[in-house]
Design a binder for this molecule. Structure first.
Ligand SMILES: Nc1ncnc2c1ncn2[C@@H]1O[C@H](COP(=O)(O)OP(=O)(O)OP(=O)(O)O)[C@@H](O)[C@H]1O
Length: 821
């Protein structure tokens, strides 16, 4: 068991080696290493509040440090906390807060130790404990009231969180931590806080997200060659964020998905419109509107110093530019017919945005201090950022300033020319002025004594003058202007933020539009088809979405996929090593996610089901880095799958039972498969166990498939042969035997080793065949004996036994018949 130190509130709770901690403790949980991607930069502060005792109710509050977005939720979790981990994968944490508890001796101990272990192992961080009094339901409720932007989202958040005790506790601890420990004080009603329900989404456990490489390439630790990487053609950070969230938690509500598909179809039908919209989005640049809104909220209060005023003006001008940018996009959308595009257009033309634009336009000059061409004239820009005639007092101060400036210009410049023949110019710098001369005017020449702070540069010589320094009136007037401007800008920002909900709505709308336009763009450059949804999975000539891009369309072999409730829910897939089994499984998973995002898929026809969960046991999650044995990991993942699988789940299992003795592996694989068949989940199951095909083959719902391989056999004493992998999935059992040996030959294993391996394999096959015969005769003897014994038993029991034996014999007959055929 891991050793913890209990150093008191707010300090790390763990002082153990992460590796190996599980090996000595409870059974290993499924690998849950998070699938974060580089862009996320783990920027979320997360608070977790778990029900006491054996319950697994977990309240989660997450807060983005860059956008201020706060999401709370409460989940009834599995024993290994997959749902909590999935939520954290969506919001990669930099800090995780947990409540501290006291044991009988009055010492502080972290509560929910198992949850803490899972989180620490998955996200490679150490949780931070906070005193119990921070975790307060009422305070959580008040925080939402105090900090959330007042709009319909706040109302629905309060309603949804009303009965969620642990979620409210978590949010109260979160804000207490941010305010007290981090000194982050948010102004009232400035944050986007929402309650997220997992209802209406497909659950994807963290292992599956990782193994399908949905958002992170495990080899390169980037988004390259991931589903996110190939789909993400978004221009805005909000769009990319939304896309990533949707990939990790796709919708399973048909209305929502069809709405997106309608929008994509409409954009696809008008390439010019799509291009103009994407050009408009591109012009918005990489500015993160959510971050900008948060910065604006933070600047709502504070000093009116020059630096602060400058920052406020910069934010206001960026907001104005953003709103103007959205206008051009709206114009392109006026012809929108489908529901979602109409809604987006409505959100983007929110009257609040026009009001914000009007207010900024009325007050500020647009070519203010953000204009880089004028940066050298910063002081002047600062002084004239607020428009003339906007404020009478400001106009008066400016007139005084101008008079002083003219006066100085006249006195000093004239005096310099007349007395020293130096033709100076006046140059504003920071909050003061200085004089400047061209280098050739001062070359080899000493400057008069009244010139001080002389700096000779390549392009000019700058200096100050005693006269200039003593001009207090000029500085006074300048300060007056800056103070008045600061006050005006502060009020302007506050009045702009009265419309903060309009800004947040606009940000959401831009994100949605960006994602839809990116789906349309992806669909426009390839043979993709609009997916449909029904009771069966039927996909014609589908391509692996990532291989399609990386290998190229010509080299990516298309495959049909079919599964249906009842007669074909369990696909048992066999084939030699390297024949493409794992790739096929991943293809099924990726296409399912892609379709449920509302995205066209690479196929010629596609019908999907809407699933409640996508679960998997794929072969590259052996978690060596977590000191888990392959077998322990397999069993834990299988337990998780069996715990969550329903008839609406889609499950991908790749070569189960490899990590233990073959017979045990076969037995476990059979039992797990049988359980999934009985649940009627849609399962794609690859295996190297030939016997599994025999034991499962006759069960209702099982369809046997194989990956076609062309065996170019010229088998002689030298084992000369070659195998062509065709990556084509076909119905029926696999036909090539000892393909492992053939692949080993291709890998240039020494000939003597190969020959020995072949001999051993042949002998084992013979032994196995003999064993099967003797087992069969043994079973027959047992059956006869049983029949004799049953003669004495009551008639019904006898009838049942006979029926059972009849079924068994029939099955065996069918199998023999199929084998002979
Ligand atoms: N449909 C396809 N089109 C093109 N190439 C493919 C296709 N399917 C698989 N491949 C290629 O074949 C290689 C082997 O595929 P994969 O790993 O899926 O085989 P496998 O049967 O699972 O092998 P093993 O049993 O050894 O794990 C992959 O590297 C992949 O690039």
């Amino acid at each position: 068991m891991s050793s913890y130190t209990y150093p008191g509130s707010g300090r790390s709770v763990r002082s153990r080696s992460r590796r190996g901690s599980r090996a000595s403790g409870r059974p290993a949980g499924p690998s849950t290493r998070a699938s974060t991607c580089v862009e996320d930069m783990n920027e979320y502060v997360v608070a977790l509040s778990q029900s006491r005792g054996n319950g697994t109710e977990v309240g989660i509050a997450v807060h983005s440090l860059s956008t201020g977005h706060t999401v709370l939720t409460q989940v009834a979790d599995t024993p290994f906390f997959q749902k909590t981990l999935q939520h954290l994968t969506l919001h990669p944490p930099c800090t995780v807060l947990v409540p501290e508890n006291r044991n009988q001796a009055g010492e502080n101990i972290p509560s929910g130790t198992q949850l803490i272990e899972e989180v620490e192992d998955s996200f490679e961080l150490e949780c931070v404990t906070l005193p119990r009094e921070y975790w307060n339901r009422e305070k959580g409720h008040d925080d939402i009231l105090r900090l959330a932007v007042r709009n319909e989202v706040q109302t629905s958040t309060l309603m949804a969180a009303e009965e969620k005790y642990y979620a409210l506790c978590a949010i109260s601890a979160l804000f207490k931590f941010l305010e007290v420990r981090q000194g982050l004080k948010y102004p009232k009603e400035a944050l986007k806080i929402r309650y997220a329900s997992s209802e209406g989404t497909m659950f994807i456990d963290t292992d599956t997200a990782k193994n399908l490489e949905l958002v992170k390439n495990t080899l390169t630790n980037t988004t390259k060659d991931t589903l996110y990487g190939i789909l993400n053609k978004c221009f805005t950070p909000m769009g990319s964020r939304l896309l990533r969230g949707n990939i990790l938690q796709p919708s399973n509500i048909q209305h929502t998905i069809e709405g997106r598909l309608d929008a994509v179809q409409e954009l696809l039908s008008s390439p010019e419109k799509l291009k103009s919209i994407r050009d408009g989005l591109k012009a918005l640049g990489s500015t993160d509107l959510d971050t900008l809104i948060l910065q604006a909220s933070r600047k709502r209060q504070g000093s009116v110093s020059v630096v602060e005023t400058e920052a406020r003006i910069s934010i206001l001008l960026q907001l104005q530019k953003y709103i103007q940018g959205t206008k051009s996009i709206q114009e392109e959308m006026t012809l929108g017919k489908c529901r979602m595009l109409v809604e987006i257009q409505k959100e983007m033309s929110d009257p609040m945005l026009l009001e914000i634009e009007r207010k900024i336009q009325e007050c500020l000059t647009t070519d203010g201090i953000t204009n880089s061409a004028k940066r050298r004239n910063l002081t002047t820009a600062r002084l004239y950022a607020v428009k003339a005639e906007f404020n009478h007092l400001l106009d008066v101060a400016r007139t005084t300033f101008k008079e002083n400036l003219d006066d100085i210009e006249h006195t000093i410049l004239t005096s310099m020319t007349e007395r020293h023949s130096l033709h100076c110019t006046l140059e504003p710098v920071e909050n003061k002025f200085r004089l400047a001369l061209k280098p050739q005017d001062v070359e080899g020449r000493a400057l008069p004594g009244e010139c001080i702070n002389v700096q000779r540069k390549k392009t000019k010589c700058v200096f100050s003058s005693v006269l200039l320094q003593h001009n207090a009136r000029l500085e006074e007037a300048q300060q007056e202007i800056l103070l008045l401007s600061g006050d005006i800008v502060m009020k302007l920002l506050a009045s702009v933020l009265d419309h903060i909900s309009g800004l947040y709505r606009c940000s959401d709308a831009i994100a949605k539009l960006d994602v839809l336009a990116c789906f349309a763009e992806s669909a426009s450059d390839g043979d993709c088809v609009r997916p449909m949804f029904g009771e069966t999975i039927a996909i014609k000539l589908s391509r692996h979405p990532i291989l399609d891009k990386t290998l190229g369309r010509d080299d990516c072999v298309p495959n049909d996929i079919y599964a249906a409730q009842g007669h074909a829910s369990f696909q048992l897939i066999q084939g030699p090593n390297m024949s493409g089994k794992s790739t096929f499984l991943r293809q099924v998973g990726l296409l399912t996610v892609q379709a449920m995002l509302g995205c066209y898929v690479p196929a010629t026809y596609a019908n999907f089901r809407l699933h409640d969960a996508l679960l998997s046991r794929l072969s590259n999650d052996d978690s060596l880095d977590r000191n888990l044995s392959t077998f322990a990991s397999e069993m834990a993942t299988s337990a998780m799958i069996l715990g969550l699988a329903t008839p609406n789940s889609i499950i991908l299992i790749d070569e189960l039972g490899r990590g233990t003795a073959p017979l045990e592996g076969l037995g476990l694989s059979h039992a797990i498969a049988e359980s999934l068949i009985n649940r009627q989940s849609f399962v794609f199951f690859t295996t190297h166990f030939h016997d599994l095909a025999t034991t499962l083959g006759s069960m209702r719902g099982v369809v046997r498939m194989h990956l076609r391989v062309q065996d170019n056999r010229v088998e002689d004493d030298n084992n000369a042969f070659s195998t062509t992998f065709q990556y084509k999935v076909e119905e029926g059992p696999a036909v090539i035997e000892h393909y492992g040996l053939k692949l080993a030959k291709l890998a240039s294993l020494p000939a003597d080793v190969l020959n020995r391996a072949k001999e051993a394999a042949m002998s084992l096959s013979e032994l196995e065949a003999k064993g099967r015969d003797s087992t069969a005769s043994h079973a027959m003897i047992k059956r006869r004996k049983l029949l004799l014994e049953r003669r004495e038993a009551d008639n019904e029991e006898l009838a049942q036994t006979l029926r059972h034996l009849q079924r068994e014999s029939l099955d065996e007959f069918t199998k023999t018949f199929q084998a002979v055929a």
